[in-house]
Write a protein that binds this ligand. Structure first.
Ligand code: ATP
Ligand code: MG
Length: 553
């Protein structure tokens, strides 16, 4: 038999299982699925699951379905369905089948009838609280429901009446009949159907009973012929019930569940419930706010599918929970943009400089490399004239030691241009420096090979007359600390400085920049043209990531 050897993606325990199953002939084709509930937008944690499922199947010529696990009508919405499809596609993946769990409701119902006929399910009228109380604890067994031993006929009739809408929400449930003293609490007669009179985004008002996740999910997998059903570790204790449902519902296909550790990131909330709270309480500018860890937020911020995919692959697939440093994601976007992004100059906090010995109405064009690490990107011409803008922080009236930028009497290099020397400055009424007077030395032109003297500082600038006004949006983490405690309000831990907006200037040639164009601004970092706030007369840049990182992979 041909032995399949892993090639493209890093090895992990699930991939090893797949290789084993293919080699032993247990499965002939791998089928995986990505099964989001359409109750929110996808986040970076989902990206880990997407990359794992799609790449695993892809590597072994298998199939991956996108399946909406839409069994809870109250929280689900078509807006989420559409956003999820768009995000999966943007990440670069194509699903083989597109399915909705809700399209299997009839079959799920019929399978529940099989359970009832086999004496393996019964209708209960205890309240949710009563059911919880009678379930017992880890050390004490549960107690049987008074309805546990009702006849098959009675249960069939009651389940039928549940479906027909005769009961109000919570009045009746269908429970699997397994073992009220099982050491696995999931086996203590779990609820598998409940009454919910609510409009469903896909099935409308056709149903008023809905299957529970733990019952529905194995059936969905089996209907689609999924071979490896990959989920996060919290579902490990559910696996025996997953197998029970497949067996007792007599599903022709037998999928297997495998669990891996979910992605946790420092300073990042990743539960959809919490992300929705941020959106609903307007703590952020929608699901795609560039500070959000959602795929749409990362896209708007300027992250690329390549960087996210590489990140998802490199963090690995393990069976123990851990937290990944968010700096690692930054590392991969820097790596991705390093050779691709045009390196240009932008001034975030402008200070005007008048070059007093430069001819008044003269403008010259200077040559500037587009990316010093990638000569293939060529060069461009940038205008230079008598007035320019530099960063406020590049001038100090009374500098400390080792400050090599501008101060009275000091000379610096202007990137791509000349040496300039500061002779004088102007203050406003409040004592703030608002203008510098400098002189330039025509001999020191960039590229001229001038070796007459050296200067220690190189600063960036833009030509004042031709500069294009630009808004820069600078970001810090949205959350101050990691807040693992479910009860603590993470909304109280929001970073008040997570968004800072400044008005500055960029080079004349950037007038034509389009949404999602990405640039490296010299000495600042990588920026993305914001697709939401940029208009024909206002450029808005999102800081993707700053240049420096103490993090090395
Ligand atoms: P959340 O807790 O954020 O609401 P969820 O698990 O309820 O997430 P689903 O829509 O059910 O969200 O998730 C779809 C798939 O994505 C599931 O298979 C789930 O295991 C996986 N997934 C969700 N969050 C993560 C994560 N942080 N890391 C890895 N996989 C995840
Ligand atoms: Mg879930």
């Amino acid at each position: 038999m041909e032995t399949k050897t892993p090639t493209s993606t890093p090895s992990n325990f699930i991939k090893n299982i797949v290789i084993e199953d293919l080699n032993s002939g247990k499965v002939s084709q791998v089928v995986t699925r990505f099964p989001p509930e359409p109750n929110g937008y996808l986040h970076i944690g989902h990206a880990k699951s997407i990359v794992l499922n799609f790449e695993l199947a892809d590597e072994f010529k298998g199939l991956t379905n996108l399946r909406f696990d839409d069994t809870n009508p109250v929280k689900e919405d078509t807006e989420y369905v559409e956003s999820i499809k768009a995000d999966v596609e943007w990440l670069g993946f194509k699903w083989d089948g597109l399915f909705f769990a809700s399209n299997y409701f009839e079959e799920m119902y019929n399978r529940a009838v099989i359970l009832i006929r086999k004496g393996l399910a019964y209708v209960d009228d205890q309240t949710a609280d009563q059911i919880r109380e009678s379930r017992g604890t880890l050390t004490a067994p549960g107690t049987n429901s008074p309805h546990r031993d009702c006849s098959v006929e009675e249960n069939l009739s009651l389940f039928d009446r549940m479906r027909a809408g005769e009961f109000k929400d919570g009045e009746r449930v269908l429970r699997a009949k397994i073992d009220m003293s099982s050491p696995n609490i999931n086996f203590r007669d779990p609820v598998i159907y409940r009454v919910v009179h609510a409009h469903h985004h896909n099935t409308g008002d056709a149903w008023c009973i809905y299957p529970m996740y733990a019952y529905a999910h194995p059936i969905e997998d089996a209907i689609e012929g999924v071979t490896h059903s990959i989920c996060t570790l919290e579902f490990e204790d559910q696996r025996p019930f997953y197998d029970w449902v497949i067996r007792e519902c007599e599903m022709p296909n037998v999928p297997r569940q495998y669990e891996f550790a979910r992605l946790n990131l420092t300073n990042t909330v990743m539960s959809k419930r919490k992300l929705k709270q941020l959106v609903d309480e307007k703590a952020v500018d929608g699901w795609d706010d560039p500070r959000m860890p959602t795929i749409s937020g990362l896209r708007r911020r300027g992250f690329t599918p390549e960087a996210i995919r590489t990140f998802a692959r490199e963090i690995g697939v393990a069976r123990s929970n851990s937290t990944v440093d968010a700096k690692m994601l930054d590392h991969f976007i820097r790596e991705d943009l390093k050779l691709k992004a045009l390196r240009t100059m932008g001034i975030l906090n402008p200070l005007k400089v008048v070059i007093t010995n430069y001819p008044e109405d003269s403008v010259e064009m200077l040559d500037a490399e587009n990316n010093s690490e990638n000569p293939e990107m060529g060069s461009r011409q940038i205008p230079f004239s008598r007035e320019i803008y530099i960063e406020q922080e590049d001038f100090m009236e009374n500098p400390p030691n080792k400050y090599f930028r501008l101060f009275p009497g000091n000379e610096v290099r202007l990137k791509n241009a000349y040496f300039i020397k500061c002779n004088d400055f102007v203050k406003d009424d409040s004592g703030k420096v608002i203008e510098l007077h400098c002189t330039y030395d025509v001999e020191t032109k960039s590229g001229s090979g001038f070796t007459g003297r050296k200067v220690k500082g190189t600063i960036h600038w833009v030509d004042a007359k031709s500069a294009v006004p630009a808004e820069f949006r600078l970001y810090e983490p949205l959350i101050l600390d990691d807040q693992e405690d479910e009860n603590a309000s993470f909304l109280e831990n929001l970073n008040p400085n997570s968004l800072q907006i400044v008005q500055g200037f960029v080079e004349a040639g950037m007038k034509e920049a389009k949404p999602h164009d990405k640039f490296q601004f010299f000495r600042h970092g990588y920026f993305n043209v914001d697709p939401k706030h940029t208009t024909s007369d206002k450029l808005v840049f999102n800081l993707i990531v700053s240049l420096k990182s103490s993090f090395e992979v």
